[in-house]
Design a protein around this ligand. Structure first.
Ligand SMILES: O=C(O)[C@H](O)CO
Length: 336
C-alpha cells in the first residue's frame, strides 16, 4: 500500500518527534528529513537528554532508523506524551513491542517502502555471487592483463533452483523476479501461501526447511529475525546444502550462525555466500569473513534507494499524523 503525502501543517507549535541525530554519520536521511520537518518539530536525543523535563512532554512520537534511538523503559518514562513509535523499514527486531504496549504506545513501520528495493537487492546479490562479479571486477582492474578472463566461469542462474526462506512481501517479490530469470522456485514459510499466489510465481511449497536446503542451488533468506528464527541456518543446515550452492541473506545477520558459515565457506561445504546483513554491522575490519574470495558483502543497503526512502518518509509522516489525530494508523504493527 502506498502512503500518499499529507499536507504540511503550519504554526510554531508542531508536535515533537524524537530522532537520533540530524548531523554526522548517523544522521537521519539528509534530503528526506525535510518531509518530517514540514510536519513536526524534530528533537534530537542529544537535545532531549540536555533538557528532559521541558522537552519530554512535548514529544509525541519517536522516529526510529537503523534501530536508533534505542527505546527502553527509562526513555519511555521520560516521554509522558508519547503516542507512537514510527520505525523505518520492515524489521521490528530492535523493538520491545510488549514494553511499548504496556506504555500504551502504538507502533508503525514501513513494509511497503522496502519490499521492492530489498527484493532487487536479493537478486543483485544472487547474480553477483553466481557470476562472481566482485572477483571479475578485481580481475578487470588488475595489472595482470595476461589472464584477463581466461578460464573464467560462474554459475548459470537460468534453470537453477532458488529456495526462498520466508515468503512474506519481500520473499514473494523475489519469487516474481526469479521467475523472470526462469528459475525453479521452492519456498519455506510458517504459513503456506494460497494456491493462486504460488501459481502466479510458479513456486512450490516445502513444508520442511531441510528439503528446500537439499534441493536448492541458491538459498535466499528473506525472513525477519524473531526468537524462533535466530540461528535458523547453522552448521547442520549448511551441511544439508549442496556443495555447489550459494547462500544469500537479505534478512538479518543473526538468522545465520556466522561461525558456522565462515567454516562452511572456508572448507567449501557450500560454494559461496552473499550477505547484505551480518552481525555486528559493520563487521570488525579484521573479521575472517572479509578475507574470503567466495563472499559478496554489502552494508545493509537492501532498502537503500532514493524512491524507497522517499516513500518511507511519506509513510511515516502519514502514520504519525493519523495516530496524533486519533485516526486508524496506516501500517500499524499489532501485538500478536
Ligand atoms: O528492516 C528493514 O526493512 C531494513 O533492514 C531497513 O533497511
Amino acid at each position: 500500500m502506498h502512503c500518499p503525502p499529507t499536507k504540511a501543517m503550519g504554526g510554531q507549535d508542531l508536535p515533537g518527534v524524537l530522532v537520533s541525530a540530524l548531523e554526522g554519520p548517523t544522521a537521519v536521511f539528509e534530503g528526506h528529513v525535510g518531509d518530517l520537518q514540514k510536519h513536526f518539530r524534530l528533537i534530537t536525543v542529544q537535545e532531549f537528554m540536555g533538557n528532559k523535563t521541558q522537552l519530554g512532554p512535548k514529544i509525541h512520537a519517536v522516529y526510529i532508523w537503523g534501530g536508533k534511538p534505542a527505546i527502553d523503559r527509562e526513555l519511555l518514562q521520560g516521554l509522558p506524551a508519547l503516542k507512537i513509535v514510527a520505525s523505518g523499514g520492515a524489521g521490528l527486531d530492535h523493538l520491545d513491542l510488549k514494553l511499548l504496549a504496556s506504555f500504551g504506545v502504538k507502533v508503525a513501520n514501513t513494509p511497503c517502502a522496502v519490499t521492492g528495493p530489498t527484493a532487487d537487492m536479493g537478486m543483485a546479490l544472487l547474480l553477483a555471487a553466481a557470476r562472481r562479479v566482485l572477483e571479475g571486477h578485481q580481475l578487470a582492474i588488475s595489472p595482470d592483463t595476461e589472464n584477463f578472463s581466461i578460464n573464467w566461469m560462474g554459475q548459470e542462474v537460468t534453470g537453477a533452483t532458488l529456495g526462498i526462506v520466508g515468503m512474506g512481501r519481500i520473499g514473494y517479490k523475489v519469487a516474481q523476479r526469479a521467475r523472470a530469470f526462469e528459475m525453479k522456485i521452492l519456498y519455506h514459510n510458517r504459513k503456506r501461501r494460497k494456491l493462486e499466489e504460488e501459481e502466479v510465481v510458479g513456486a512450490t511449497y516445502c513444508e520442511r526447511l531441510d528439503d528446500l536446503l537439499q534441493q536448492s542451488d541458491f538459498v535466499m533468506l528473506a525472513l525477519s529475525l524473531t526468537p524462533q528464527t535466530r540461528g535458523l541456518i547453522g552448521r547442520r543446515e549448511l551441511r544439508l546444502m549442496k556443495p555447489t550452492a550459494m547462500l544469500i541473506n537479505i534478512g538479518r545477520g543473526l538468522l545465520v550462525d556466522q561461525d558456522a558459515l565462515l567454516e562452511a565457506l572456508q572448507t567449501e561445504i557450500i560454494k559461496a555466500a552473499a550477505l547484505d546483513v551480518t552481525y555486528p554491522e559493520p563487521l570488525p575490519r579484521d573479521h575472517p569473513l572479509l578475507k574470503l574470495k567466495n563472499i559478496t558483502l554489502t552494508p545493509h543497503i537492501g532498502s537503500a534507494t532514493h524512491q524507497g526512502r522517499q516513500q518511507m518518509m511519506e509513510s511515516l509522516v502519514e502514520s504519525i499524523r493519523a495516530c496524533l489525530d486519533g485516526l486508524p494508523i496506516p501500517n500499524e504493527v499489532l501485538l500478536k
